[in-house]
Design a protein around this ligand. Structure first.
Ligand SMILES: *[C@@H]1O[C@H](CO)[C@@H](O)[C@H](O)[C@H]1NC(C)=O
Ligand SMILES: *[C@@H]1O[C@H](CO)[C@@H](O)[C@H](O)[C@H]1NC(C)=O
Ligand SMILES: *[C@@H]1O[C@H](CO)[C@@H](O)[C@H](O)[C@H]1NC(C)=O
Ligand SMILES: *[C@@H]1O[C@H](CO)[C@@H](O)[C@H](O)[C@H]1NC(C)=O
Ligand SMILES: *[C@@H]1O[C@H](CO)[C@@H](O)[C@H](O)[C@H]1NC(C)=O
Ligand SMILES: *[C@@H]1O[C@H](CO)[C@@H](O)[C@H](O)[C@H]1NC(C)=O
Ligand SMILES: *[C@@H]1O[C@H](CO)[C@@H](O)[C@H](O)[C@H]1NC(C)=O
Ligand SMILES: *[C@@H]1O[C@H](CO)[C@@H](O)[C@H](O)[C@H]1NC(C)=O
Ligand SMILES: *[C@@H]1O[C@H](CO)[C@@H](O)[C@H](O)[C@H]1NC(C)=O
Ligand SMILES: *[C@@H]1O[C@H](CO)[C@@H](O)[C@H](O)[C@H]1NC(C)=O
Length: 842
């Protein structure tokens, strides 16, 4: 190994630090009067605006936020009940939801926002809000799941810091238990300065954590240590800073200190937005004792979620030192050194009373659920025994898991994607679509500032996840650590992939396609990944490649194969996916000696794949079309859970797939939507068509194009649909399962396929309808004939009820060892193409 990973990390840390200091120095700190671009204050369920400390919380029907609900109730309670609380007026009213409902906020600025939720459960008419059990999610993060406000009759407050890169934030409230409700008393959505949370932080065992810029955070604790409570009206960003007494472990002599002079804000260090003066000019100090060797640490202890990572921000300001370079102390997190011999004067360019903060990421806290923070005397001889802390913020990094639900407002942008395809049909042997121009398919994003200060081989998490480098210089070791239930993807150093694939050893090849080869990679910690290495291409292709990867890396769903990362060093175009142990659905259906899947299992796999596709179509402001739905792109994990793979990549453009078989990305023979041929326009209904063909493959267990068969049987879709139209689908069911398929389930299944394969896109159901129909088929199969009279379509349209629910499991697939084998090898044969052309000429 030429250079160990930890060395690289150290280099990058130094560079980053220098660059950051310089950048911040230049930019300066002059935003004393910060005016947020977005400043939504909503008094939910109230008819009137509430003014609290000169901030106006608008009535929620007055047009500030867009309220979408088909069953909501405005509730109020007696002022006596809330009297005495801060912001009491907010708690007098609530909006109660009996169905999934949302508030949508048009945003003027992208980037970090505080999203604050205020809850106060009370009884109103027949509603008892203390029993309400619900979920709150944005389009990207589940903020609260299985949430019930404690009935201690005091308000519950939650604050999140989210980097929102969309035009609109939609907060969706979903009652989880039948007959209970969701509710909310007040909402704040406020943009904050971009540099409030920077991308990097130190880790406890000295190291660098990158990737905070996309990290959703939840404020767990925010303390004005040694000082008085700071209320929103006295904070530059309307935060609340609690006092530290109730967290302080009283074993050590300390004193609270306060400073009357003027603070020396330094360019490049903390600003008044990071914490107000009232935080920096008070502190708790170790009490200097007679005998220096008898000093101990001062310690605070917090209850935390032991499974989560935390970002801990220490606020310091040397308001006690009498001379520069006088105050040196140690900082500990959970008993581990977070900063040794911290010299505040050096950190603040030799000045006293200069506000300064330090960020520490604790990858996973103590399983006990206790987090301790200590400040102790330095062991340096020259140091006076001393130590202070001015403020402390503890932010949770894993917020909530569970499925994201979005109830879009009526005026939300229409979920359609116009794609202009220029297609070249060349000869009989190849079908090359030369250019795919995505005009409106790209999500509008602020252009990323190029990470100029980072060497290309550094660990560069795109979103949330981070590779943590641990171990000594000689035995560098990489561990995949996920930090959030949200987005996860990385730029991965080439050397790491080279190692993991044994220098791209042919023995490790698990699939081959037009783009190149797919290798199984075994990381040093034993985890497996699938590495798809594109043929090396031009720089232009690379740029598009990168942009698209960043978009795709945001897709996380239980039924989508996760893109773990990519590598674009040395003009490489490498994609790294989770490894799917059981290979493709296709390989389980025919052409291999694997045992046949049961009918029920097949249905479950279809339902899973349908869920994945439904999420692609509806989970985002602009729908994502897969373009190449086929049984070879439905992969199975070790539990035979279906995951859709290879979505969206065709947008990377022809460069990524320059070689002959563009079909790999642009659709495969036998699955292609006839309308796509005629109009060269791809819609989400093209995926529905292809999925219909997959359903036929599943029931008949034969290839979609089989040139060895008699002419009328070559094309599965054509052949099978004839049987279906005659009501004789049962004649062609896979013999191995035929005996177990209930006729009524098969009838429904056949109808669903037929609808999917309708000639025109408009006649085909949406993926959501297909999903519900398949679930109904499964019910029919399980429950038997007594259900067969129910008209499933009607039944189903009631299920999602008034709100269109976009349900998806965003459960974080934790980095378990069992990552997944990908079989990408499903190249359509060229002589099959002529058959298809013939088929399309009908
Ligand atoms: C709203 O929900 C409540 C409780 O679930 C129910 O009693 C009421 O009938 C619903 N109202 C409408 C208009 O659907
Ligand atoms: C919801 O929370 C309650 C109480 O915290 C717990 O008992 C229950 O198991 C949770 N339910 C789910 C589905 O997580
Ligand atoms: C928010 O995330 C985007 C990437 O999606 C990044 O470019 C931007 O810098 C982030 N903003 C902040 C304030 O961290
Ligand atoms: C908070 O602000 C009020 C005026 O709004 C002021 O009287 C008070 O002294 C401030 N408190 C602190 C701790 O700064
Ligand atoms: C902590 O110390 C204060 C006085 O400094 C004392 O009043 C209080 O009882 C102590 N608390 C505990 C838990 O020891
Ligand atoms: C320091 O020692 C003197 C006696 O040597 C004693 O009177 C005084 O209380 C001690 N101070 C502290 C803070 O322990
Ligand atoms: C401080 O206490 C230690 C024992 O705890 C003793 O050895 C040392 O002499 C004392 N130093 C002074 C200056 O009193
Ligand atoms: C050290 O300090 C503790 C209390 O802070 C006191 O009980 C103990 O007697 C001290 N020991 C010495 C050697 O001074
Ligand atoms: C402070 O705590 C750390 C970590 O628990 C420990 O190593 C150190 O010895 C302590 N220092 C003192 C003076 O007790
Ligand atoms: C929280 O994140 C850590 C890594 O940062 C990960 O190991 C852990 O599994 C996550 N916990 C949950 C509950 O998602």
């Amino acid at each position: 190994m030429p250079q160990s990973v930890s060395e690289l990390a150290m280099d990058s840390r130094r560079n980053l630090f220098l660059a950051l200091s310089l950048a911040i120095w230049i930019v300066g700190t002059c935003h004393a009067d910060f005016t947020p671009a977005d400043n939504y204050l909503i008094n939910c369920g109230s008819m009137i605006d509430a003014t609290i400390d000169q901030r106006v919380f608008q009535a929620d029907n007055s047009g500030g936020a867009i309220l979408t609900s088909s069953n909501s109730t405005a509730a109020t309670t007696s002022p006596n009940l809330v009297a005495g609380f801060d912001s009491a007026m907010l708690y007098q009213s609530a909006r109660i939801f009996s169905v999934a409902s949302s508030y949508a906020f048009n945003l003027k600025s992208r980037g970090r926002h505080f999203v604050r939720l205020h809850f106060f459960p009370f009884k109103y008419q027949t509603y008892d809000l203390t029993t309400a059990n619900f979920k709150v999610s944005t389009q990207d993060v589940v903020l609260l799941n299985n949430f019930t406000a404690p009935s201690s009759s005091s308000p519950v407050f939650r604050e999140y810091s989210l980097n929102i890169t969309r035009d609109m934030l939609i907060l969706t409230f979903v009652p989880l238990v039948d007959g209970t409700q969701a509710f909310i008393n007040a909402i704040e959505v406020i943009s904050v300065p971009d540099d409030l949370i920077t991308d990097s932080a130190q880790t406890v065992n000295p190291g660098q954590y990158l990737g905070l810029s996309m990290q959703p955070l939840q404020t767990s604790y925010r303390l004005n240590v040694g000082g008085a409570k700071v209320t929103p009206d006295n904070d530059t960003l309307w935060r609340t800073w609690a006092t530290d007494e109730s967290f302080f472990l009283n074993s050590t002599a300390t004193k609270a200190v306060a400073f009357q002079g003027k603070l020396n804000y330094q360019k490049g260090l903390a600003t008044q937005e990071d914490a107000p003066d009232s935080v920096y000019n008070t502190a708790r100090q170790l009490l200097v004792q007679n005998n220096t060797s008898n000093m101990s640490n001062m310690t605070w202890q917090f209850n935390v979620d032991g499974r989560s990572s935390y970002l801990i921000r220490f606020h310091f300001c040397d308001i006690v030192g009498k001379a520069e370079y006088d105050l040196i102390f140690d900082v500990y997190v959970d008993g581990e050194s977070a900063s040794k011999d911290l010299d505040l004067s050096s950190a603040s360019f030799g000045t006293l009373a200069a506000p300064y903060y330090m960020d520490i990421v604790l990858p996973s806290s103590d399983p006990s659920g206790k987090l301790s923070i200590s400040i102790g005397p330095s062991s340096l001889n020259k140091a006076e025994p001393n130590g202070i802390l001015n403020g402390l913020e503890i932010m949770k990094m894993n917020i909530s898991t569970g499925s994201i639900v979005v109830v879009p407002p009526p005026s939300a942008p229409k979920k359609h994607l116009a794609v202009i395809l220029g297609s070249v049909l060349g000869g009989v042997a190849a079908f090359i679509i030369a250019a795919v121009l995505c005009i409106c398919c790209r999500r509008q994003k602020k252009p990323r500032t190029p990470p100029t200060s980072r060497p290309s081989s550094s660990w560069t998490p795109l979103n949330g996840l981070s590779f943590l480098t641990t171990g000594s210089r000689t035995t560098s070791r990489t561990t995949l650590t996920s930090a959030t239930s949200g987005d996860t993807s990385y730029r991965i150093p080439f050397v790491v992939l080279q190692d993991a694939t044994n220098h791209f050893d042919e023995q490790m090849v698990i699939g081959v396609g037009g783009f190149g080869k797919v290798y199984k990679a075994v990381m040093q910690d034993g985890s497996k990944l699938a590495v798809k290495r594109g043929n090396q291409k031009s720089h232009q292709g690379l740029r598009e490649f990168r942009t698209e990867i960043e978009l795709l890396s945001g897709l996380r769903h239980r039924h989508l194969v996760s893109l773990i990362g990519y590598c674009d060093e040395h003009n490489e175009m490498i994609l790294v996916y989770e490894y799917m142990e059981k290979g493709t659905l296709k390989s389980h259906l025919y052409g291999s000696d694997m045992p046949p899947l049961s009918w029920k299992k097949r249905l479950e796999i279809c339902i899973g794949a349908a869920r994945g596709l439904h999420y692609l179509h509806t989970g985002f402001a602009k729908s994502i079309i897969h373009r190449d739905v086929k049984s070879a792109n439905i992969l199975l994990d070790e539990n035979l859970l279906a995951k859709v793979s290879d979505f969206g990549l065709s947008k990377v453009g022809p460069e990524f797939d320059q070689t002959h078989v563009s079909t790999a990305v642009k659709g495969s023979f036998g699955y292609l939507d006839p309308e796509y041929f005629r109009r060269q326009k791809l819609t989400d209904k093209s995926d529905v068509y292809s999925f219909g063909v997959v359903l036929l493959e599943v029931i008949c267990a034969r290839p979609v194009i089989d040139p060895t068969l008699p002419r009328e049987m070559i094309n599965l879709a054509e052949w099978a649909i004839k049987w279906q139209k005659r009501g004789e689908l049962d004649q062609i069911v896979d013999q191995r399962i035929a005996g177990t398929v209930r006729p009524e389930a098969l009838r429904k299944f056949g109808e669903t396929v037929e609808k999917c394969l309708a000639e025109y896109g408009v006649e085909r159901p949406t993926m959501g309808d297909v999903l519900w129909n398949l679930e109904f088929v499964l019910q029919l199969q399980e429950a038997g004939p007594d259900m067969s009279n129910i008209d499933s379509m009607n039944q189903i349209s009631e299920l999602p009820s008034n709100a269109k629910r976009v349900v998806s499991s965003l459960e974080l697939s934790t980095a378990d060892e069992s990552r997944t084998a990908v079989n990408y090898s499903d190249m359509s044969t060229s002589n099959a193409f002529s058959q298809l052309i013939n088929a399309e000429g009908r």
